[in-house]
Write a protein that binds this ligand. Structure first.
Ligand code: MG
Ligand code: MG
Length: 598
């Protein structure tokens, strides 16, 4: 599999983009014309740099408004094209992208477009250049790949083929299955992009919101499977116009891009089975169905452990060689790490996922270029493999049985009076520049599945929430994207939380309050509204009000929950899921956000 990336995907100048692509392991790049025009280097210097970096220059793009025009306009097209062909020879590029006409087309006639592409192809042949004709989703007349292929077929010139772009095909809802009917030698190029499900005009959608495969809502494995079945053997190239990636570190974005292709190739190979051909595979790993632990970096005096005691956790002991303490409740394991006495605000530092077999999971993460985390271990201690997620939270693939013996002096056995508990979800707040990367990270590295996004109004902006979950729902990981312009005084918006599922939240909270827990205060208006929204008994609402419990109900069941106060950047949520309720009480989130901003 050869991989390529359009320079438009990355921030910086052309040379910087080239270094980033090479460093991330791309085999080639598409030169986006405005990047070359703005570069101080000559075409020969760019060509020499590509050579030195081991990058092939796969495509020159875009050439616009070429066909469907009258003869007078076409004479200008040929003039323009010839200048570009000469430039491409200086660059050593032999493939040019020709977009379907958006601006100047006046003739809605396949014969005319085909005839003009043929003549353009003849001119290109003289320069040993080939043309890849792409139907833009907003083309004036040609906006469907099936039509662009019909025109290429009619043009019938060896130097004229099609470029397939997943965005243009899937954004319009066109069935990609007919790609299989196009002869492999006529598919000159393939561009891949994902995108979120949005209802907006397709041009703005494309220019601002394209994503790397695995970050959006398109079924790219199915798309690529059709292209592979057609026999396409050229590079898998990414063409992603995205407002965020234009302003973030190009090296990091390029790595993210390369990761997306490795994931996509693997998923497509799964679909193709024996027909997968040269698509590389990743070590296979089932999604984790339980959290193994959460590590909180907090000095012993920070108050985090006071909260855990109030919630009813048992002290599980001190680590043999590190300043780390374990707290347990049922299947919940919280590790508090002294962070070397640092006064930094307590925060979630690591999440352990209970994967069936940690070795292939770590191999898979490495193959996806997840940055490894190195922690000191001593003789006789388990060396757990961990990786840094895009927001810096460390991700472990681990099993409690392997490491829990390293803690001594805790309470033997767990008390059963509070009933069992498990980690229901871990909510991680994502900085704006790494949100999409985080979705891809958890999709590809841990095989979690993104759920539809939700937006929640907070006091200082809309919070976008993307839940990543395992197939059976044992692991739920809501990722919250912060509003970009945080208002002063709403530091709370940065807080992350660990939600603990228990069986009798009323009893648990009543007991915790006796131990001194002060749950986040819920305003009286909320309960008045609750009575209006749901038919609940007065007694029940009185209990909720007394304990500051929030409530939600849908067709699947009920959800009772409450929050602790925040310590540093961490708070806890207690939840009780009744029947098959699968949400997070999203309707209650604005109440929480306002109360926390207090
Ligand atoms: Mg394209
Ligand atoms: Mg929550």
């Amino acid at each position: 599999m050869r991989t390529s990336i359009a320079t438009v995907c990355l921030s910086g100048g052309l040379v910087q983009k080239m270094y980033a692509a090479a460093e991330a392991g791309f085999d080639g790049i598409e030169i986006f014309e405005p990047d070359l025009v703005a570069a101080p280097q000559s075409p020969e210097e760019i060509r020499a740099l590509a050579d030195r970096l081991g990058l092939s220059l796969d495509l020159y793009q875009p050439f616009r408004d070429a066909e469907g025009v009258d003869e007078e306009a076409f004479a200008d097209v040929l003039h323009r094209a010839e200048a570009k062909f000469r430039l491409m020879r200086r660059l050593g590029i032999d493939l040019m992208l020709v977009c379907s006409n958006v601006g100047t087309a006046t003739l809605d006639d396949d014969e005319v477009s085909a005839g003009q592409l043929r003549r353009l192809g003849e001119l290109a042949a003289a320069y040993d250049i080939r043309l890849a004709y792409e139907a833009l989703a907003w083309g004036r007349f040609v906006d469907d790949y099936r039509r662009s292929w019909r025109i290429v077929e009619l043009a019938d010139h060896p130097n004229v083929g099609v470029c397939l772009d997943s965005f243009h095909i899937l954004s319009r809802g066109h069935d990609p299955k007919q790609i299989e009917e196009i002869p492999a030698e006529k598919i000159f190029f393939l561009q891949l992009a994902d995108a979120p499900a949005l209802s907006m005009d397709v041009l703005s959608w494309s220019r601002h919101h394209r994503l790397f495969p695995g970050e959006g809502s398109f079924d790219l494995p199915a798309f690529l499977a059709h292209v592979q079945r057609a026999g396409y053997a050229g590079p898998l190239s990414l063409e992603v116009f995205n407002d965020t990636f234009r302003q973030t570190d190009p090296v990091r974005t390029a790595r993210q891009a390369q990761r997306s292709l490795r994931w996509l190739a693997d998923r497509t190979a799964d679909l193709l089975g024996d027909e997968a051909g040269p698509l590389p595979r990743l070590p296979e790993v089932a999604a984790p169905e339980a959290f193994d632990f959460v590590e909180i970096k907090a000095p012993e005096t920070s108050g985090v452990e006071v909260l855990l005691e109030q919630l009813g956790f048992d002290f599980g002991g001190r680590h043999r060689s590190k300043q780390v303490r374990l707290w347990t409740w049922g299947e919940v394991r919280i590790v508090c790490n002294d962070q070397g006495g640092s006064p930094a605000a307590p925060r979630i530092a690591a999440v352990g996922f209970d994967v069936a077999d940690s070795e292939p999971a770590a191999e898979r993460a490495a193959a996806l270029m997840a940055p490894p985390v190195h922690r000191r271990t001593y003789a006789g201690e388990q060396a757990l493999r961990a990786f840094s997620s895009p927001d810096g939270t460390e991700v472990f693939c681990s099993h409690a049985e392997d490491w829990i013996g390293e803690f001594d002096g805790g309470v033997a056995g767990t008390s059963t009076e509070r009933g069992s508990a498990r980690i229901d979800h871990v909510n991680l707040v994502q900085p704006w520049h790494s949100f999409d990367e985080a979705v891809l990270f958890y999709t590809s590295v841990l095989s979690l599945t993104p759920q539809p996004t939700q937006e929640v109004a907070g006091p200082s902006g809309l919070v976008r929430s993307q839940v990543m979950s395992s197939p059976a729902g044992g692991v739920r990981l809501p990722l919250n994207l912060l509003p970009t312009g945080q208002l002063a005084g709403d530091e709370q918006a940065h807080a992350q939380h660990v939600a603990l599922a228990c069986q009798d939240i009323v009893g648990v909270v009543a007991a915790a309050r006796e131990r001194g827990l002060r749950p986040l205060k819920v305003p009286g208006n909320y309960y008045d509204d609750l009575v209006a929204r749901f038919r609940l008994s007065e007694d029940f609402v009185a209990t909720l009000r007394e304990l500051d419990l929030l409530y939600d109900r849908d067709a699947d069941g009920e959800y009772l929950h409450c929050y602790t106060e925040t310590v540093g950047e961490v708070f806890f949520e207690l939840v009780e899921r009744r029947e098959r309720y699968d949400g997070f009480g999203a309707g209650n989130a604005p109440v929480r956000l306002v109360s926390q901003a207090g």
